[in-house]
Design a protein around this ligand. Structure first.
Ligand code: PMV
Length: 336
């Protein structure tokens, strides 16, 4: 039996613009998904999911097309086991063991579908645990690549490499097209607000595409996000060159850029009332900056605040279901 875990992520900068070839900087956060895998002899899969910000469930099925027989909504089962299934397919392929079955338990501290990379973390940890259980040890790069393929398959081609690469490597990452690399970043005081909901990524991405095609100034807004990300990267590089702990000037400047980034995302139509409310609650509480993270429409915001003020303010903000601190996690996928 093997247990592996992998972190979720926030976008420090650059979501949506990354779809059009601009750079983006996702950062892994100290909220992890944990997957335990044990080989079984009958070729069947048994998936037990706990604490996924939804009711836990257990489902047992085989890979011969048989419909799972469980007492929860089919959508819920499909969404949750789709990713586990795709991870198992990748692990079987990597270990050249197409018929092997597993008992799989998933435990996650990352809200589902809220812009924090929950599915990527489950897929990354699942591939690592399942291959190790079969005696195969993949490199972090191969786990990232296989996790990307798994997400690509489940999301029917609508997946970027950002979430899976960031979850596999940990730390801060720079993504531009297919080019993903780790970058140095100081320890950043992230605080997250979650409105309990989720946006529809496909619809939000399509909305930005329409605006960009219709108005040259919307296209300019997307490239301005790219300029902002490049500025943010320079700030990170200068910061880590001198001191591993982000000084007040660095956090201040990154916060200013985050505020700007949120404004541009809002202009592109991907914020929401609850996200804006949490962003303003964070700013009013003294955060250095705050923005939505991920596709938007609902879900999470990320703020920078080394004090407890933002976390406390978020807890009392109407429409905010949870406010929590989640520092940059430099540890990617690992065995527990
Ligand atoms: O909400 P998330 O974490 O899946 O992020 C979506 C990020 C987008 O840039 C909007 C889309 C993408 O695939 O990059």
């Amino acid at each position: 039996m093997i247990t592996a875990s992998a972190p979720g992520k926030v976008y420090l900068f650059g979501e949506h613009a990354v779809v059009y070839g601009e750079p983006a900087v996702p950062c892994a956060i100290e909220r992890r998904a944990t997957v335990t895998v044990e080989e079984r002899s009958d070729g069947r899969l048994r998936v037990h999911a706990e604490d996924l910000s939804l009711d836990g469930f257990t489902v047992e099925y085989s890979s011969d097309g048989e419909t799972p027989d469980v007492d929860v909504s089919p959508d819920l089962v499909e969404a949750a086991i789709g990713y586990v299934d795709a991870a198992v397919t990748q692990a079987r392929d990597a270990a050249d063991a197409s018929d092997v079955g597993f008992d799989i338990t998933v435990d996650s501290e990352i809200p589902l579908g809220a812009g924090l990379g929950s599915s990527a973390a489950v897929v990354v940890a699942g591939i690592d645990a399942a291959t190790r259980e079969l005696g195969v040890e993949l490199s972090v790069e191969e786990i990232a690549e296989r996790a990307y393929r798994a997400e690509y398959e489940v999301q029917e081609g609508q997946a970027s490499r950002a979430d899976t690469f960031c979850s596999a490597t940990g730390g801060a990452v720079r993504v531009e097209g297919d080019d993903c690399r780790s970058i140095d970043a100081p320890d950043l005081p992230f605080v997250i607000g979650f409105d309990g909901g989720a946006g529809n990524t496909g619809r939000l991405v399509a909305g930005v595409r329409d605006l960009r095609e219709r108005y040259p100034f919307a296209a300019d807004t997307v490239s301005t996000i790219g300029d902002l990300v490049r500025q943010g990267e320079r700030t990170l590089t200068e910061a880590t060159g001198s001191d591993p702990n982000a000084g007040p000037d660095v956090v201040e400047e990154l916060g200013t850029l985050m505020d700007f980034n949120h404004g541009l995302l809002s202009a592109l139509g991907v914020s929401s009332r609850s996200l804006d409310r949490m962003v303003w609650a964070a700013r009013d509480a003294g955060a250095h900056g705050a923005k939505l993270t991920g596709a938007g429409g609902g879900g999470c915001i990320v703020a920078l605040d080394p004090t407890d003020e933002t976390e406390t303010a978020l807890r009392f903000t109407p429409g905010c279901e949870a406010g929590f601190r989640a520092a940059l996690d430099t540890e990617g996928v690992c065995v527990e």
